[in-house]
Write a protein that binds this ligand. Sequence first.
Ligand code: PLP
Length: 433
Amino acid sequence: MKYISLNHNSAPTSFKKAVINGLAPDKGLYFPKTEIRLPKSFIESIKSLDDIEICYEVINKYIGDEIQKDKLLEIIKNTVSFKIPLKKIEKSIYSLELFHGPTLAFKDIGAKFMASCLDHFKDSYTSKKITVLVATSGDTGGAVAKGFSKTKDIDVCVLYPKGKISEVQEKQITTNGSYVNAIEVEGDFDLCQSMVKRAFNDEEINRKIALTSANSINVARWLPQMFYYFLAFKRIKNNKKNVFSVPSGNFGNICAGVLGKSMGLPIEHFIASTNINDTIPRYIKDGIFEPYNTKPTISNAMDVSNPSNFIRIQKIYNNDLQKIRKNISGYSFDDRRTKDTIKMLYNSRQYLSDPHSAIGYLGLKEYIDQTENDINGIFISTAHSIKFKNVVEETINSKIKFPSSIQSILKKEKKSKSIQTYSELKEILLDRN
Ligand SMILES: *Cc1c(COP(=O)(O)O)cnc(C)c1O
């Protein structure tokens, strides 16, 4: 498969180069050049196929012969290595739990898949050391750090905003041993992201290091997120229409679902559920794309006001706002409603949810209230509640138990460097190579 740049000023390139580059030379996001439709016979047989087989069918055409079948199957097995339950919460409403991976967040899937692909490609590409540079608003960092913690030939630098991520998230970023460099930035996520962008544009750095991004813009992180929409479909035992509500920040996750639909997966509608950083819900409603300053919320992994991946959704729908509206609804919710929902789910449904997942539930309810369709409503639960322990415990007025994997991480010592400016980042990057 060839990948084009959505800025349309770079030549199409291979999957391998798209993974290693992260962004195209013209700074555009990569996008598959050819549209892929899955055979109807495959869609009809999903419910009887093995999970790994399904994932292979879904992704192999996006990679082509750049990774041999056996290797790709092995990568998929290592990626989809934990349970992905679909739990019924109330009539017609299900939670798709994507938080049973190593760092208890859905990003484990994309991060692990990308780490395995890069590891596979590294020798044939460059003599320079590959450094993965990533900015995180919380969950990306842990998942990437963990995903790459064993790939010894690849260096990893994770930037996170000081004091704006939870204790568990911070420990997941800062306790992964010597291949992973954790960098604490005095500022918000947007500052972290702008430093990362600057490093990618820095000629001196590019001369000395093969920099690559592990943010959700990387095709090797973005594409495998399709897996769980297909696996959710497999787990549903009726023929009603399927509606997915996706708690969205940078819009990588929902965009993978939209791509899955474009390939033929029977999904009736998507709901982009956001916190008060509501650029996309406003855009869908008014047709005006106007990011405001990012505001901090209790669902901080979604504190993003200019979502990078939205341009891919626009591409899939040919920049046609009417088509986007037909396929995607957007709703936003403030912290008070998020907390009320965490409380209600806990007290009335015996279901513990984190703030992001609660927003997914809220978006779904809002949609169902307005349409009254008899549907399968599936909201994606993107993180385990323990990752947002303080706010969840305070909200439900009760303690939540640490899963055993987290207990051991909390005992480890935090190792990170604190920075304020881009030049400090540059020094660290050049110093490590
Ligand atoms: C990253 C993240 C999101 C948002 O996902 P996007 O793909 O950036 O839209 C939602 N919830 C949690 C817990 C996350 O970590």
